[in-house]
Design a protein around this ligand. Structure first.
Ligand SMILES: NC(=O)c1ccc[n+]([C@@H]2O[C@H](COP(=O)([O-])OP(=O)(O)OC[C@H]3O[C@@H](n4cnc5c(N)ncnc54)[C@H](OP(=O)(O)O)[C@@H]3O)[C@@H](O)[C@H]2O)c1
Length: 208
């Protein structure tokens, strides 16, 4: 049994990670903007907006009694399909903040509470395939996340995995004008693959 913290835990993939962890008997602190929705999965639910430093700090303060964490998961993210010509600065910042800056804020605040053998997982994407009209902000944020994770791995000398799923059937797809491909994976499949990577101590990118 290990202790884990999941950020962005109320999303399709975040929730599936929480469920897979608790089913496997781990102690899970689930941080999200909708903590009440997770209370049937874990008793340790905490409010947290990953883009606001004071909210992240307060979430860590509340999570701290369950430290040290052997696993850290960053599953928050946001998407919009808007071409550069039409994108507001507000939308640009929202996408960059949820996918990239939030990852920095959450890991920076959690670092002091990680176990020596902690494994870090960040939900990225196969961003090379997403450099498409309307997806510039999302693709840029996910490419940045991967670069950040590469540098972080060398700084903290612990395994850091960027999970890069293809299409997954979650509410994220309601935000874009594309049809979910018929071969989309379920969030549960993604969560199981992530837990397997953790069990194997697999470092680096994980394309699913
Ligand atoms: N679904 C896919 O096909 C797919 C493919 C590749 C990668 N991914 C990545 O996988 C991750 C999880 O996505 P998902 O598919 O599970 O989508 P999702 O169901 O839309 O979940 C995204 C979660 O991020 C949370 N979030 C966004 N901004 C936040 C903020 N400021 N503070 C706290 N939480 C915030 C949302 O919280 P609220 O519930 O409060 O809005 C939501 O719970 C994302 O990084 C996404 O880019 C998804």
């Amino acid at each position: 049994m290990a202790n884990a913290i999941v950020w962005g835990a109320s999303g399709g993939i975040g929730r599936a990670i929480v469920e897979a962890l608790t089913t496997a008997g781990h102690v899970v602190v689930a941080v999200s903007r909708r903590p009440d929705e997770l209370s049937t999965l874990t008793p340790y639910t905490v409010y947290g907006d990953v883009t606001r430093p004071e909210s992240v700090a307060e979430a860590v303060r509340l999570a701290q009694p369950h430290a040290p964490f052997e696993a850290f998961f960053y599953a928050a993210g946001d998407i919009a399909s808007v071409r550069a010509a039409d994108m507001s600065l507000e939308d640009w910042r929202r996408i960059l903040d949820a996918n990239l800056t939030g990852a920095f804020l959450c890991i920076q605040a959690t670092l002091p509470y990680l176990a020596a053998n902690a494994h870090l997982f960040f939900l990225g994407a196969i961003h090379e395939r997403l450099r498409l009209p309307g997806l510039g902000a999302y693709a840029a944020a996910k490419a940045g996340l991967e670069a950040f994770a590469d540098a972080l791995r060398k700084e903290i000398r612990r395994p850091v995995t960027v999970v890069r799923p293809g299409a997954v059937a979650t509410p994220l797809w309601n935000k874009v004008p594309f049809r979910l491909p018929p071969n989309a994976r379920s969030p549960q499949e993604i969560a199981e693959a992530i837990l397997q990577a953790w069990a194997e101590g697999r470092d680096g990118n994980l394309d699913l």
